[in-house]
Design a binder for this molecule. Structure first.
Ligand SMILES: [Zn+2]
Length: 278
């Protein structure tokens, strides 16, 4: 089949044939992906590759949250958005590309900033959440909300030439606050101005976030749980750090202090991932 004939009886079998033949994947795995609902918060450096690979793999329902518009300095890494998209809403640009890549998937757009008043509504319908945001305010909201709503969460970040990844299954694995109990205070971190980012580094981390979500949905292999995976692009090496639940964790510990969502106002953005011009 050279051209897309979506009416062909075996269209999906052909389209996804290279993954269906994988050990432990099969038609069953494909069916699970088709029924899956995966939310990607952010369609920038991490979200772009994550969204592309989820759509290509045939994830049936893909949510994308972004309030931003495409600017020129996004283009070195946000591969979902092209030069001609400058000025467009990222959710519109993302939707168009994902449908072009795979018209069989459903894309649900949320052209909004994640906020204490909307995060539960946005997350509630999904099986897995991928956090591809660029700031601590959203990150804590998403990770707390996923914990309260018992949603698996794939965390990823990329700074300069380094990346970090972890998957969190509420009540089973350490949560984000077991690692970072509270966000940094303003001024504690070095300035959040441009420390730089190489697009291929966000490509590695974002692709692995998609992989984590796909593995979780299909039940293949082991997720990055109870450990943190770090990526050093300069050395071309991955490192793994064990990570246990913390009894004193303010969220999932024995005496939790965080019992409802908190809207932090951390001005400091995650360095290097996204440096907004605004
Ligand atoms: Zn915890």
């Amino acid at each position: 089949m050279d051209k897309a004939d979506t009416n062909s009886e075996n269209y999906e079998g052909l389209r996804y044939s290279r993954q269906i033949i994988l050990d432990g994947f099969g038609a069953e795995g494909q069916d699970k992906l088709k029924k899956a609902k995966i939310l990607v918060a952010g369609s920038g450096g991490l979200g772009s590759p994550a969204l592309l690979y989820l759509a290509a793999a045939g994830v049936g329902n893909i949510g994308v949250v972004d309030f931003d518009t495409v600017t020129i300095s996004n283009l070195n890494r946000q591969v979902l958005h092209f030069t001609s998209d400058m000025g467009r809403k990222k959710t519109d640009s993302a939707e168009e590309k994902l449908y072009k890549l795979n018209p069989e998937v459903k894309v649900i757009k949320y052209n909004t900033r994640i906020h204490i008043d909307n995060v539960e509504d946005i997350i509630s319908g999904y099986d897995v959440v991928i956090d591809a945001t660029d700031n601590f305010t959203a990150r804590y909201l998403i990770s707390d909300c996923c914990y309260f709503m018992k949603k698996p969460l794939v965390e990823g970040a990329a700074v300069g030439l380094d990346g970090i990844l972890m998957t969190i299954i509420p009540d089973e694995t350490p949560c984000y606050r077991c690692l970072y109990p509270y966000p940094p205070e303003d001024g504690v971190l070095p300035t959040c101005s441009d420390v730089g980012i190489l697009g291929a580094v966000t490509g590695v981390v974002g692709s692995m976030q998609a992989l984590e979500a796909i593995k979780f949905i299909t039940g293949m292999g082991q997720n990055i749980t109870g450990r943190i995976l770090t990526f050093d692009a300069l050395a071309s090496s991955f490192r793994e750090v064990k990570w246990a639940r913390r009894e004193s964790c303010p969220l999932c510990g024995k005496e939790p202090k965080i019992t409802e969502l908190v809207q932090y106002k951390v001005k400091c953005r995650l360095k290097g991932i996204e440096v907004s011009e605004k």
